[in-house]
Design a protein around this ligand. Structure first.
Ligand code: SF4
Length: 286
Protein backbone atom coordinates (compact mmCIF):
# COMPACT_ATOMS: atom_id res chain seq x y z
CA UNK A 1 0.00 0.00 0.00
CA UNK A 2 2.84 2.38 0.85
CA UNK A 3 4.26 2.01 -2.69
CA UNK A 4 0.88 2.70 -4.32
CA UNK A 5 0.36 5.69 -2.06
CA UNK A 6 3.77 7.18 -2.75
CA UNK A 7 3.42 6.66 -6.50
CA UNK A 8 0.06 8.48 -6.52
CA UNK A 9 1.45 11.21 -4.33
CA UNK A 10 4.42 11.75 -6.65
CA UNK A 11 2.08 11.95 -9.65
CA UNK A 12 -0.29 14.40 -8.00
CA UNK A 13 1.86 16.59 -5.76
CA UNK A 14 4.83 18.65 -6.81
CA UNK A 15 6.28 20.46 -3.83
CA UNK A 16 8.02 23.63 -4.96
CA UNK A 17 11.10 25.08 -3.31
CA UNK A 18 9.39 27.82 -1.31
CA UNK A 19 9.66 28.98 2.30
CA UNK A 20 6.54 27.17 3.30
CA UNK A 21 4.16 24.83 1.50
CA UNK A 22 0.89 24.22 3.33
CA UNK A 23 -1.39 21.26 2.76
CA UNK A 24 -4.83 21.09 4.34
CA UNK A 25 -5.63 17.44 5.00
CA UNK A 26 -9.40 17.08 5.27
CA UNK A 27 -10.01 14.69 8.13
CA UNK A 28 -13.22 13.42 9.66
CA UNK A 29 -12.19 10.92 12.30
CA UNK A 30 -12.93 8.08 9.88
CA UNK A 31 -10.44 5.47 8.70
CA UNK A 32 -9.73 6.89 5.22
CA UNK A 33 -8.73 10.37 6.27
CA UNK A 34 -6.82 8.98 9.27
CA UNK A 35 -4.76 6.76 6.96
CA UNK A 36 -4.35 9.67 4.56
CA UNK A 37 -2.96 11.97 7.24
CA UNK A 38 -0.77 9.26 8.70
CA UNK A 39 0.62 8.32 5.29
CA UNK A 40 1.26 11.95 4.33
CA UNK A 41 3.03 12.46 7.63
CA UNK A 42 5.23 9.39 6.97
CA UNK A 43 6.01 10.44 3.38
CA UNK A 44 6.46 14.21 3.50
CA UNK A 45 5.85 15.26 7.10
CA UNK A 46 9.56 15.61 7.82
CA UNK A 47 10.29 17.95 4.91
CA UNK A 48 11.15 21.21 6.71
CA UNK A 49 9.12 23.57 4.54
CA UNK A 50 6.05 21.33 4.32
CA UNK A 51 3.29 22.22 6.75
CA UNK A 52 0.54 19.63 7.18
CA UNK A 53 -2.67 20.81 8.85
CA UNK A 54 -5.60 18.53 9.73
CA UNK A 55 -8.96 20.20 9.08
CA UNK A 56 -12.33 18.93 10.20
CA UNK A 57 -15.77 20.30 9.29
CA UNK A 58 -18.40 19.96 12.01
CA UNK A 59 -21.70 19.33 10.25
CA UNK A 60 -23.73 19.36 13.46
CA UNK A 61 -24.85 15.73 13.62
CA UNK A 62 -25.61 14.72 17.20
CA UNK A 63 -23.94 11.57 18.49
CA UNK A 64 -21.85 11.20 15.33
CA UNK A 65 -19.67 14.20 14.65
CA UNK A 66 -18.48 14.96 18.19
CA UNK A 67 -16.88 11.53 18.84
CA UNK A 68 -15.44 11.37 15.32
CA UNK A 69 -14.01 14.87 15.67
CA UNK A 70 -12.33 13.79 18.88
CA UNK A 71 -10.66 10.94 16.97
CA UNK A 72 -9.47 13.43 14.35
CA UNK A 73 -8.16 15.77 17.05
CA UNK A 74 -6.40 12.89 18.83
CA UNK A 75 -4.68 11.78 15.62
CA UNK A 76 -3.34 15.29 15.10
CA UNK A 77 -2.11 15.42 18.69
CA UNK A 78 -0.41 12.02 18.27
CA UNK A 79 1.38 13.21 15.13
CA UNK A 80 2.08 16.71 16.40
CA UNK A 81 0.08 18.27 13.59
CA UNK A 82 -2.02 21.47 13.75
CA UNK A 83 -5.76 20.89 13.90
CA UNK A 84 -8.42 23.34 12.69
CA UNK A 85 -12.21 23.10 12.59
CA UNK A 86 -15.22 24.99 11.33
CA UNK A 87 -18.91 24.32 11.96
CA UNK A 88 -21.87 24.75 9.63
CA UNK A 89 -23.31 27.62 11.73
CA UNK A 90 -19.92 29.38 11.53
CA UNK A 91 -20.23 29.13 7.75
CA UNK A 92 -23.76 30.53 7.79
CA UNK A 93 -25.58 27.17 7.40
CA UNK A 94 -27.88 25.35 9.82
CA UNK A 95 -26.57 22.29 11.62
CA UNK A 96 -27.23 19.19 9.54
CA UNK A 97 -29.71 17.73 12.06
CA UNK A 98 -31.82 20.87 11.65
CA UNK A 99 -31.43 20.81 7.85
CA UNK A 100 -32.82 17.26 7.80
CA UNK A 101 -35.89 18.37 9.79
CA UNK A 102 -36.44 21.34 7.45
CA UNK A 103 -36.07 19.08 4.41
CA UNK A 104 -38.88 16.90 5.78
CA UNK A 105 -41.07 19.94 6.43
CA UNK A 106 -40.71 21.33 2.92
CA UNK A 107 -41.02 17.90 1.28
CA UNK A 108 -37.51 17.98 -0.17
CA UNK A 109 -36.88 14.70 -1.97
CA UNK A 110 -33.11 14.98 -2.23
CA UNK A 111 -31.00 13.05 0.26
CA UNK A 112 -29.44 14.99 3.17
CA UNK A 113 -26.03 14.21 1.67
CA UNK A 114 -26.85 16.35 -1.38
CA UNK A 115 -26.97 19.38 0.92
CA UNK A 116 -24.29 18.24 3.30
CA UNK A 117 -21.82 17.52 0.51
CA UNK A 118 -22.17 21.05 -0.87
CA UNK A 119 -21.89 22.70 2.56
CA UNK A 120 -18.91 20.57 3.54
CA UNK A 121 -17.07 21.43 0.34
CA UNK A 122 -17.45 25.08 1.29
CA UNK A 123 -16.22 24.26 4.80
CA UNK A 124 -13.09 22.61 3.47
CA UNK A 125 -12.44 25.54 1.12
CA UNK A 126 -12.96 27.92 4.03
CA UNK A 127 -10.41 26.10 6.19
CA UNK A 128 -7.93 25.92 3.32
CA UNK A 129 -8.16 29.67 2.75
CA UNK A 130 -7.95 30.37 6.48
CA UNK A 131 -4.63 28.56 6.85
CA UNK A 132 -3.28 29.68 3.47
CA UNK A 133 -3.15 26.17 2.00
CA UNK A 134 -1.68 25.60 -1.44
CA UNK A 135 -3.25 22.15 -1.74
CA UNK A 136 -6.15 20.23 -0.19
CA UNK A 137 -5.70 16.49 0.37
CA UNK A 138 -8.83 14.31 0.44
CA UNK A 139 -9.15 10.72 1.66
CA UNK A 140 -11.18 9.26 -1.21
CA UNK A 141 -10.32 5.60 -1.71
CA UNK A 142 -10.72 3.36 -4.76
CA UNK A 143 -14.27 2.39 -3.80
CA UNK A 144 -15.33 6.03 -3.29
CA UNK A 145 -13.88 7.03 -6.64
CA UNK A 146 -15.56 4.13 -8.48
CA UNK A 147 -18.91 4.99 -6.85
CA UNK A 148 -18.60 8.65 -7.85
CA UNK A 149 -17.73 7.78 -11.44
CA UNK A 150 -20.64 5.34 -11.70
CA UNK A 151 -22.99 7.97 -10.24
CA UNK A 152 -21.75 10.51 -12.77
CA UNK A 153 -22.31 8.04 -15.61
CA UNK A 154 -25.81 7.25 -14.34
CA UNK A 155 -26.63 10.97 -14.22
CA UNK A 156 -24.93 11.74 -17.55
CA UNK A 157 -22.60 14.16 -15.74
CA UNK A 158 -19.65 14.44 -18.11
CA UNK A 159 -18.57 17.78 -16.66
CA UNK A 160 -18.46 16.46 -13.11
CA UNK A 161 -16.29 13.60 -14.31
CA UNK A 162 -13.92 16.08 -15.92
CA UNK A 163 -13.76 18.04 -12.67
CA UNK A 164 -12.90 15.03 -10.49
CA UNK A 165 -9.79 15.34 -8.32
CA UNK A 166 -6.80 15.18 -8.61
CA UNK A 167 -6.47 18.70 -9.96
CA UNK A 168 -2.79 19.37 -9.66
CA UNK A 169 -2.10 18.61 -13.33
CA UNK A 170 -4.09 21.65 -14.40
CA UNK A 171 -5.34 23.73 -11.46
CA UNK A 172 -8.13 26.20 -12.18
CA UNK A 173 -7.68 29.85 -11.25
CA UNK A 174 -9.21 30.65 -7.88
CA UNK A 175 -9.53 26.97 -6.94
CA UNK A 176 -7.21 25.38 -4.44
CA UNK A 177 -6.17 22.14 -6.13
CA UNK A 178 -7.17 18.85 -4.53
CA UNK A 179 -5.17 15.68 -4.39
CA UNK A 180 -6.47 12.18 -3.67
CA UNK A 181 -3.44 9.95 -3.06
CA UNK A 182 -5.56 7.01 -1.81
CA UNK A 183 -7.54 6.81 -5.04
CA UNK A 184 -6.07 3.47 -6.15
CA UNK A 185 -6.28 1.82 -2.73
CA UNK A 186 -9.31 -0.33 -1.86
CA UNK A 187 -11.34 0.59 1.20
CA UNK A 188 -10.70 -2.76 2.83
CA UNK A 189 -6.92 -2.33 2.62
CA UNK A 190 -7.22 1.10 4.21
CA UNK A 191 -9.38 -0.24 7.01
CA UNK A 192 -6.87 -2.99 7.76
CA UNK A 193 -4.01 -0.49 7.83
CA UNK A 194 -5.91 1.83 10.19
CA UNK A 195 -6.50 -1.10 12.56
CA UNK A 196 -2.92 -2.36 12.22
CA UNK A 197 -1.52 1.10 13.01
CA UNK A 198 -4.02 1.47 15.82
CA UNK A 199 -5.09 4.89 14.57
CA UNK A 200 -7.84 6.61 16.55
CA UNK A 201 -10.86 6.15 14.27
CA UNK A 202 -14.59 6.41 14.67
CA UNK A 203 -16.47 3.36 13.38
CA UNK A 204 -20.09 4.56 13.37
CA UNK A 205 -21.92 5.54 10.19
CA UNK A 206 -23.67 8.91 9.87
CA UNK A 207 -27.39 8.53 10.76
CA UNK A 208 -28.44 10.62 7.73
CA UNK A 209 -26.39 8.76 5.14
CA UNK A 210 -28.50 5.63 4.57
CA UNK A 211 -30.84 7.09 1.96
CA UNK A 212 -28.10 8.49 -0.29
CA UNK A 213 -27.79 7.13 -3.80
CA UNK A 214 -24.11 6.60 -3.06
CA UNK A 215 -24.98 3.80 -0.66
CA UNK A 216 -26.82 1.93 -3.37
CA UNK A 217 -23.84 2.43 -5.67
CA UNK A 218 -21.58 1.16 -2.91
CA UNK A 219 -23.53 -2.13 -2.91
CA UNK A 220 -23.59 -2.28 -6.72
CA UNK A 221 -19.85 -1.71 -7.01
CA UNK A 222 -19.12 -4.30 -4.32
CA UNK A 223 -21.27 -6.85 -6.17
CA UNK A 224 -19.71 -6.04 -9.56
CA UNK A 225 -16.22 -6.21 -8.09
CA UNK A 226 -16.98 -9.63 -6.57
CA UNK A 227 -18.28 -10.90 -9.94
CA UNK A 228 -15.68 -9.19 -12.13
CA UNK A 229 -12.53 -8.32 -10.17
CA UNK A 230 -10.93 -5.13 -11.45
CA UNK A 231 -14.24 -3.30 -12.01
CA UNK A 232 -13.25 -0.43 -9.70
CA UNK A 233 -9.88 0.04 -11.40
CA UNK A 234 -11.56 -0.03 -14.83
CA UNK A 235 -14.00 2.70 -13.80
CA UNK A 236 -11.11 4.89 -12.66
CA UNK A 237 -9.15 4.24 -15.83
CA UNK A 238 -12.26 5.13 -17.83
CA UNK A 239 -12.63 8.49 -16.03
CA UNK A 240 -8.91 9.20 -16.39
CA UNK A 241 -9.17 8.39 -20.11
CA UNK A 242 -12.09 10.82 -20.52
CA UNK A 243 -10.15 13.54 -18.70
CA UNK A 244 -7.00 12.99 -20.74
CA UNK A 245 -9.03 13.06 -23.94
CA UNK A 246 -10.65 16.33 -22.89
CA UNK A 247 -7.24 17.86 -22.14
CA UNK A 248 -6.05 16.78 -25.57
CA UNK A 249 -3.29 14.71 -24.01
CA UNK A 250 -4.33 11.52 -25.72
CA UNK A 251 -6.27 10.44 -28.78
CA UNK A 252 -8.14 7.26 -29.56
CA UNK A 253 -7.79 6.92 -33.32
CA UNK A 254 -10.74 5.03 -34.83
CA UNK A 255 -9.58 3.08 -37.86
CA UNK A 256 -11.65 3.14 -41.06
CA UNK A 257 -13.66 -0.03 -41.69
CA UNK A 258 -12.15 -2.47 -44.20
CA UNK A 259 -13.38 -5.71 -45.72
CA UNK A 260 -12.41 -8.84 -43.73
CA UNK A 261 -9.71 -10.81 -45.53
CA UNK A 262 -11.73 -13.98 -45.11
CA UNK A 263 -15.45 -13.25 -45.37
CA UNK A 264 -15.48 -9.74 -46.86
CA UNK A 265 -17.71 -8.26 -44.12
CA UNK A 266 -16.71 -4.77 -43.07
CA UNK A 267 -14.51 -4.75 -39.99
CA UNK A 268 -12.05 -2.56 -38.11
CA UNK A 269 -9.47 -5.37 -38.33
CA UNK A 270 -8.10 -7.38 -41.25
CA UNK A 271 -9.84 -10.47 -39.82
CA UNK A 272 -13.32 -9.67 -38.49
CA UNK A 273 -14.55 -10.56 -35.02
CA UNK A 274 -16.96 -13.23 -36.20
CA UNK A 275 -14.21 -15.03 -38.17
CA UNK A 276 -12.02 -14.79 -35.09
CA UNK A 277 -14.79 -16.33 -32.96
CA UNK A 278 -15.36 -19.06 -35.51
CA UNK A 279 -11.65 -19.88 -35.17
CA UNK A 280 -11.99 -20.02 -31.40
CA UNK A 281 -14.96 -22.37 -31.65
CA UNK A 282 -13.20 -24.54 -34.26
CA UNK A 283 -15.84 -23.71 -36.92
CA UNK A 284 -13.39 -22.57 -39.62
CA UNK A 285 -13.45 -24.92 -42.58
CA UNK A 286 -10.48 -23.50 -44.55
S1 SF4 B 1 -23.33 10.76 5.30
FE1 SF4 B 1 -24.29 12.49 4.25
S2 SF4 B 1 -25.25 13.71 5.86
FE2 SF4 B 1 -23.80 12.34 6.85
S3 SF4 B 1 -21.90 13.51 7.06
FE3 SF4 B 1 -21.76 12.36 5.14
S4 SF4 B 1 -22.57 13.75 3.58
FE4 SF4 B 1 -23.19 14.56 5.58
Amino acid sequence: MRKKFNRSLREQLHIPKVDQFTILVAISGGKDSAVLLNSLYDSIGKIPHVRLVGGCVDEGIAGYRSPSMECARQLCIDLGIEFVTVSYPELGFEEMDKVVVTMGEIGEKKSPCSYCGVFRRQGINHLAKRIGAEVIALGHNLDDMAQTILMNVQNGEVERTLRLAPHTGRPKDGMIPRIVPLRWIPEQEIHLLALFKNLPIHHEECPHGGVALRFRHRENIARMEADIPGTRHSLLRFADGVKALHRGETAFPISDPMPCDRCGEMSSMSICKSCEMKDTLGLTSN
